[in-house]
Ligand binder design. Structure first.
Ligand SMILES: Nc1nc2c(ncn2[C@@H]2O[C@H](COP(=O)(O)OP(=O)(O)OP(=O)(O)O)[C@@H](O)[C@H]2O)c(=O)[nH]1
Ligand SMILES: [Mg+2]
Length: 234
């Protein structure tokens, strides 16, 4: 079972099964200087959340993933306009029995949310409003960026969710829509674009600074203020 981590905490990445992520050669620099953002990946079981996050963080398609239990953590540090940004990605479990004790932890102090469905599974698409509703119920504020992702576009003959329907749904929430494939190597940059879109949005948020803060305090304080400003009062 995963341990709880607040954004800004320094922690060792906890890898799921089959994971082997190479850290950047600038790891020391990044650990000290990077602003850290927590992104959660949510959606039905089997839609490809683990494969998408692995593609982004590990660079390859993860063959034979097992169902995620609780959460798997992955991370990747990006350099955007000369600033190091660390994305701390929470790959959540889609199966109710593997997630129910973790839900509160998923949404706590989250900076961005990725809702994933499988383009070959209409039911996974029809679940998206329920996932969005769950997110709102946990008081994730309107300023927290969200995107919708249709995965498994490589399975062209099995598609059940037309792009027009997905775009219509995404537009109704004012969220960007991405359709991609964690499996298709040619889609690698498109997968990256999902996370980069969020990273640029998050980067534009200016952190509030304490007097001579530690880096972890900066990130956490920013998050607290952001959450206070953005969350509902329930
Ligand atoms: N064809 C194809 N298969 C994919 C793709 N992404 C994932 N899969 C397959 O879909 C199945 C489920 O993938 P996972 O990444 O484990 O799904 P998940 O959403 O993490 O599932 P839970 O952990 O149970 O919530 C696996 O058999 C993957 O190989 C894709 O882009 N294309
Ligand atoms: Mg998984």
């Amino acid at each position: 079972m995963a341990t709880e981590n607040k954004p800004g905490d320094e922690f060792d990445t906890v890898f799921g099964q089959n994971d082997s992520l190479e850290l950047s050669s600038h790891h020391d620099y990044e650990t000290v200087h990077a602003r850290i953002f927590k992104i959660i990946v949510i959606g039905d079981s089997n839609v490809g959340k683990t494969c998408l996050t692995y593609r982004f963080c590990g660079g390859t398609f993860l063959k034979n993933p097992e169902a995620t239990i609780g959460v798997d953590f992955r991370e990747r540090t990006l350099e955007l306009d000369g600033e190091a940004i660390k994305l701390q990605i929470w790959d959540t479990a889609g199966q109710e029995r593997f997630r129910k004790s973790m839900v509160e932890h998923y949404y706590r102090s989250v900076h961005a949310v990725i809702f994933v469905y499988d383009v070959t599974s209409l039911s996974s698409f029809e679940s998206i409003p329920e996932w969005i509703e769950e997110c709102s119920r946990h008081c994730v504020g309107p300023l927290v960026p969200r995107v919708v992702v249709g995965n498994k576009c490589d399975l062209r003959d099995r598609r059940e969710v037309p792009t027009t329907a997905a775009q219509c749904l995404a537009d109704s929430y004012n969220f960007p829509l991405f359709e991609t494939s964690a499996k298709e190597p040619a889609e690698k940059e498109h997968v990256d674009a999902i996370f980069l879109t969020l990273a640029y949005r998050l980067k534009s948020h200016k952190p509030l600074r304490l007097k001579q803060p530690s880096e972890s305090n900066v990130s956490y304080l920013w998050n607290q203020r952001e959450q206070e400003a953005a969350t509902c009062q329930c």
